[in-house]
Design a protein around this ligand. Structure first.
Ligand code: DGL
Length: 275
């Protein structure tokens, strides 16, 4: 339980967000739509991406250090905008930092949302790390015992999106090759268990002839964040906003694709927290 002694000062403090790279900017974008007066401090661990191929232990230690960085930058809440890190590190971060800050992951809010729906069969796609953790499958089955859950690692989608293969023949062929797997036949909803995937949401929807609900965590998590800030009386008042975006390794290419994920202008600064 976190106690905020001077809530009026804390309100102005930023929302801390992190991801392995720039994928979490899809969540940052959704937050800006729903909470336009909140300041953001974002950290993308571009020196270590992709997290999807790393071990749980490695992701846990990266996530710990990044959380410290965000708290040093006065984050009033820390949002793990990465499914691979949510699957591997959320419980540890809660244990270690739960008395100092509010922590939100991207998996539990989606599972809670699915609990309000009545789907017979759900599909989940994500990185190798997220899928092999079994986190979605276990939590979805706990929440909806009668529901069938099929999960599938789709590791080519992250590099494909980062290389700009979107709405073209190559990406259509890759997405179709994954999603036409017979195990997914008859799903009523598909969870996008990776914060990169909202970029190809419509393309995925088209593969299913728009008959399957495509569940994207960005909006669901942003709404939960709003609710959490309201509950703790931490919503910032309207005024001038200052967002900060840090990455652990800088190339102009990251800057270019960051704009695509954030859907707006963005100024990335290098913060070399690893040396
Ligand atoms: N954005 C990360 C996620 O949600 C995936 C990218 C990566 O593998 O680093 O899991």
């Amino acid at each position: 339980m976190v106690i905020f002694f001077n809530a009026s000062k804390v309100k102005e403090q930023p929302i801390g967000i992190f991801d392995s790279g720039v994928g979490g900017l899809t969540v940052a974008h959704a937050i800006k739509q729903i909470l336009p007066y909140e300041n953001l401090v974002y950290f993308g661990d571009t020196a270590h991406l992709p997290y999807g191929d790393k071990s749980a232990g490695a992701i846990e230690s990266y996530s710990r250090k990044i959380t410290e960085f965000l708290l040093e930058h006065n984050a009033k809440v820390v949002l793990i905008a990465c499914n691979s890190a949510s699957a591997s590190a959320f419980h540890t971060l809660k244990k270690e930092f739960g008395s100092r800050t509010l922590l939100i992951d991207v998996i539990d809010p989606v599972v809670d949302y699915m609990g309000t729906r009545d789907f017979k069969k759900i599909g989940v796609i994500g990185t190798k790390r997220t899928i092999s953790s079994g986190m979605y499958e276990t939590k979805l089955k706990e929440k909806n015992p009668g529901t069938g859950v099929v999960s599938m690692a789709t590791p080519l989608l992250v590099p494909m999106i980062e290389e700009g293969f979107i709405f073209d023949d190559i990406s259509n062929a890759i997405i179709r090759a994954y999603l036409s797997d017979p195990s997914l036949a008859g799903i009523e909803a598909l969870i996008l268990g990776c914060t990169h995937y909202p970029i190809i949401k419509n393309q995925i929807s088209k593969i299913f002839n728009f008959n399957v609900e495509i569940v994207d965590s960005a909006r669901i998590v942003s709404l939960l964040l709003k609710e959490t800030l309201e509950k703790h009386n931490l919503l910032n008042s309207p005024g001038k906003v200052r967002d900060q975006f840090f990455i652990s390794d800088y190339t102009p290419y990251f800057e270019k694709i960051a704009r695509m994920f954030f859907e707006g202008d963005i100024n990335l600064k290098k913060a070399d927290i690893w040396s």
